[in-house]
Design a protein around this ligand. Structure first.
Ligand code: JFZ
Length: 440
C-alpha cells in the first residue's frame, strides 16, 4: 500500500486547480500559518492502547477487526492531562497543533450524534477528549487543527472495509453512498461547531474523487462556518496548501504554502517496538531545511492509550524548544532563504528582506562562506548570543560586478549545542548576484 503512495505526486491545491493566480484572498487567512513554521501532530486513538498501526493494521489484516476493536475497552485516558500536552507543545516552540479527531478506523474522539463509534459512548474514557485539549491549547495561544479522516472503514455504508473486500460499489448503490456522505458531513459539522478549528487536516481523499466526496460543497461548508479556516491539501484538490508526507523535498518546491508532516520515530501512533527515534539534531536540521525552503514542519508524536506522552517524544520536544526559543527571530515570521548555491546550509530572510539568517549545519566552523551577496554587510551576530563576528571579503575584483565571497569565522565558544544561527544585517533589501562569474 505504502509503495503505491510513494509515487504519488503532491495533490493540487484549490488555488492551483482553479488557476487562481492572485491568491491574496487566501493569503490573508494563511498568514498565521506562514509565520508559525512549526506544528505538532498528535495521533491518538484506540490503536494507541495495544500500540498497533493506526487503522491500517486491521485494514491490512495484520490484526483481526475484532481484536482491533477490543482496544475500545482499554481506552481509559486515565493519565490524560491536556494542559500538560498543551504546555509541552508550547515549550517545543510549535505555534499550532493538529490532533486526530477521527482516523480511518472511524472511532471519533468526541461524542458524535451522527452515528458511528466514539470514545464517549464506547470506551471507559467516557468523555470528549478533544474539548479540553483545544481549550488548553488556546490558553497557550496555540492554533488548533482538527485531523479528520474522510475514510471510515467501520461505517456500514462506507464502501471499503478490509483490504480486497469492498462492501459495495458506489455506481451500483448511489443511495447508500449518500447515506455515508450525510454521516461524514454531519460529523464534520459537529467538529466545526464544537471546536471551531483554525485548521482542518483532511486525510484519505485518495479512496474517492472530488465529486464523490462532494469536496467543493465541503470546502464551502467549512468556509461558510468560518472563512478563516485553513484546509490542508488532502481534500481532493480543494485544500489551501500541500502536504508532502514523510518525504523531504530535495529542491525548493514551487509552492506558496506547504507543510512536511513527519514522525519522531517511524510510526504515527504509539508503537512500543518502534525505537527508531530521530535525534533532536536531525529534527532541528530537517526543520531548518523546511523553513529555508518556505515550508512548515508538522512533527508527529504518538501518546499512549492512557494519555501519557513517551519520554522520547518529551525529550525531542524539549530539546527542540530550547533551540527554537533561542533562535526565534530567525524562525517565526520569516521568509524562505537563499536559493541553492549561495550558502551550504539552510537560511531564512526577515520579512523586510534586510536580515539574512544562516543556519550552520552542525555547529559551524571557522570558514563559513556566502557567495554572490551583492549587499554591504552592516554586522554579523550570533542569534541568541549577540556576539558580533568577524568576517572577510575574499576575492573581490575592483572592476568586476561579481561580489566577493564572505568568509565568516564562528569561534567554538559561541557554537550552539545543535545548530548555530547567524544574523547577517544588510544595508538594504537582499540583492544577489546569480551569474557565472567571469565566464563570457
Ligand atoms: C495517512 C494515513 O493513512 C496515516 O495513517 C497517517 O494518519 C498519515 C498522516 O496520513 O497516510 C498517508 C497519506 C498520504 C500519503 C501517504 C500516506 N501520500 O500522499 O503519500
Amino acid at each position: 500500500m505504502f509503495l503505491l503512495f510513494a509515487s504519488f505526486s503532491w495533490s493540487q491545491t484549490f488555488a492551483q486547480s482553479h488557476q487562481i493566480v492572485n491568491q491574496d484572498s487566501i493569503a490573508h487567512k494563511m498568514q498565521w500559518f506562514a509565520d508559525a513554521k512549526l506544528g505538532i501532530f498528535i495521533h491518538w486513538g484506540i490503536y494507541s492502547v495495544k500500540g498497533v498501526g493506526e487503522s491500517w493494521s486491521f485494514h491490512n489484516k495484520q490484526i483481526s477487526y475484532k481484536d482491533y476493536m477490543a482496544q475500545l475497552k482499554g481506552f481509559t485516558a486515565a493519565n490524560y492531562h491536556p494542559q500538560q500536552w498543551a504546555d509541552l507543545i508550547k515549550e517545543s516552540g510549535a505555534r499550532y497543533a493538529v490532533i486526530t479527531t477521527k482516523h480511518h478506523d472511524g472511532v471519533a474522539l468526541w461524542n458524535s450524534k451522527c452515528g458511528g463509534i466514539n470514545v464517549v459512548k464506547n470506551t471507559p474514557a467516557h468523555r470528549d477528549v478533544l474539548a479540553p485539549l483545544f481549550s488548553a491549547l488556546r490558553k497557550d495561544s496555540i492554533k488548533c487543527g482538527a485531523y479528520f479522516s474522510l475514510i471510515d472503514w467501520s461505517y456500514p455504508d462506507y464502501p471499503a472495509f478490509l483490504k480486497d473486500s469492498n462492501r459495495y460499489e458506489i455506481r451500483n448503490d448511489p443511495a447508500r453512498w449518500e447515506k455515508f456522505l450525510d454521516y461524514y458531513q454531519c460529523q464534520l459539522k459537529e467538529v466545526l461547531n464544537n471546536y471551531n478549528p483554525d485548521l482542518i487536516w483532511f486525510d484519505g481523499d485518495w479512496e474517492h474523487s472530488a465529486k464523490e466526496w462532494q469536496a467543493a460543497k465541503v470546502r464551502k461548508m467549512i468556509l461558510d462556518h468560518n472563512p478563516n479556516t485553513i484546509i490542508n491539501g488532502r481534500l481532493a484538490g480543494y485544500g489551501d496548501y500541500d502536504t508532502p508526507e514523510q518525504n523531504f523535498p530535495v529542491t525548493r518546491p514551487n509552492l506558496r504554502w506547504w507543510e512536511l508532516c513527519m514522525t519522531v520515530n517511524d510510526n504515527w501512533g504509539w508503537q512500543p517496538q518502534d525505537t527508531n527515534w530521530k535525534t533532536p539534531y536531525q529534527i532541528i536540521r530537517i526543520f531548518a531545511d523546511c523553513i529555508s525552503m518556505g515550508g512548515n514542519l508538522l512533527l508527529d508524536i504518538g501518546p499512549k492509550g492512557d494519555g501519557t506522552i513517551t519520554p522520547q517524544d518529551i525529550h525531542v520536544l524539549k530539546e527542540l524548544g530550547k533551540w527554537t526559543h533561542k533562535n526565534s527571530k530567525a524562525i517565526y515570521g520569516t521568509l524562505a532563504g537563499l536559493p541553492e548555491g549561495h550558502f551550504y546550509g539552510p537560511s531564512t530572510l526577515s520579512k523586510d528582506s534586510t536580515t539574512l539568517y544562516l543556519f550552520l549545519p552542525g555547529k559551524g566552523n571557522e570558514q563559513e562562506v556566502i557567495k554572490g551577496l551583492d549587499n554591504k554587510i552592516k554586522s554579523i551576530t550570533v542569534v541568541g548570543n549577540g556576539m558580533q563576528l568577524h568576517y572577510d571579503i575574499v576575492g573581490k575584483i575592483s572592476w568586476s560586478p561579481v561580489p566577493g565571497l564572505v568568509y565568516i569565522k564562528v569561534p567554538a565558544n559561541v557554537q550552539d549545542e545543535y545548530m548555530t544561527v547567524l544574523a547577517v544585517k544588510l544595508d538594504g533589501k537582499l540583492k544577489l548576484y546569480r551569474g557565472q562569474g567571469g565566464l563570457k
